[in-house]
Design a protein around this ligand. Structure first.
Ligand code: FES
Length: 321
């Protein structure tokens, strides 16, 4: 077991809303869990061998448990179905220590938190943290319907309940999220955070970028993304800078798969271009970015890429491996 991994037990599994379960994880040895900050996630190693990332959604001041929320996804590649159908109270799981790729900015004058569906998990944790810090914020929580809305009671009981607005897709027009009103006229010191399904996030981020929000005031984390395969995906080669070895990447294999076949392991987790675990420096050549992890500016710099899903526009990529 990796030194940064932990053995935990499911102390409680709770149906939080339609198709959403929460899992309360405690250390098997009863000890305190590593501290985490709002926006953190853990890797959960499933009994079926898959690894999935879930945001922590409990109060970051707690050390006796981690709370994760899992949506049953009908298009699941095995993660969410396994959690819903096979993982029970009392079961042992192996998890990573928390990692944070979605941290709160320090010293914001105001924070706008926007959650879509199960994307509420890191957003709610942020709201808790901002409320404790007595920082100015507002939270918008969009879901398909009230029965699919997790954490309603927890939010209702929270001291910051009045700062949370619910928006239901099947509700009347008046309560729906008025995105233009929220993103128009970005102001210095105001930070926007969004988490949810990809289409929802694209909608929010596209509107914010069109309204001129500076890159460093927009914060987001994709849970999962369908890696877009294209007929234009072609074979190419990668060269390992350390040894000069060249590995062919066939049209139907990822760089990670081609390297693994050649005996070269690159650490991966999501294999969907959302977590950044496989991030690799590119020394020469032009990557064809297919990830949701790097910002558009980072992608444009072409000096790093995610070999679990991204490809190459040039015949060869020289990698810092
Ligand atoms: Fe997650 Fe590549 S493994 S981005």
């Amino acid at each position: 077991m990796n030194a940064s991994e932990l053995n935990v037990r499911v102390a409680r599994k709770h149906v939080e809303a339609l198709d959403i379960c929460t899992f309360e994880l405690v250390r098997e040895d009863g000890g305190a869990l590593p501290a985490f900050s709002a926006g953190s996630h853990i890797d959960v190693h499933m009994p079926n061998g898959a690894t999935r990332q879930y945001s922590l959604c409990n109060d970051p001041s707690e050390s006796h448990r981690y709370l994760i929320g899992v949506l049953r996804d009908p298009n699941s590649r095995g993660g969410s179905q396994t959690m819903h159908d096979l993982v029970k109270e009392g079961d042992a799981l192996r998890i990573s220590a928390p990692k944070n790729h979605f941290p709160l900015a320090h010293g914001a004058a105001h924070s706008v938190l926007i959650a879509g569906g199960i994307g509420v998990t890191p957003i709610l944790c942020m709201a808790e943290r901002l409320a404790v810090a007595d920082a100015a914020f507002e939270m918008h929580y969009c879901t398909r319907s009230q029965e699919r809305t997790a954490f309603v009671e927890r939010i209702a009981r929270a001291p910051f309940a009045s700062r949370v607005q619910f928006h239901f897709d099947d509700g009347d027009e008046a309560q729906k999220l008025s995105l233009p009103a929220i993103v128009q006229a970005p102001k210095t010191g105001v930070h926007l955070y969004v988490c949810g399904p990809k289409g929802f996030m694209d909608w929010v981020l596209d509107a914010a970028r069109a309204a001129g929000w500076p890159v460093d005031q927009l914060h987001y984390e994709f849970f999962s993304a369908e890696v877009v395969k294209s007929d234009a995906d072609a074979a190419f080669e990668v060269k390992l800078a350390s040894s000069g070895r060249i590995v062919a990447v066939p049209k139907d294999k990822t760089v990670v798969q081609a390297l693994a076949a050649a005996g070269i392991e690159v650490a991966t987790s999501c294999e969907q271009g959302v977590c950044g675990t496989c991030l690799t420096r590119v020394l020469e050549g032009e990557p064809d970015h297919k990830d949701m992890y790097l910002t558009p500016e980072e992608q444009a710099a072409n000096d790093q890429f995610t070999p679990c899903c991204s490809r190459s526009r040039s015949p060869i990529l020289v990698l810092d491996l």
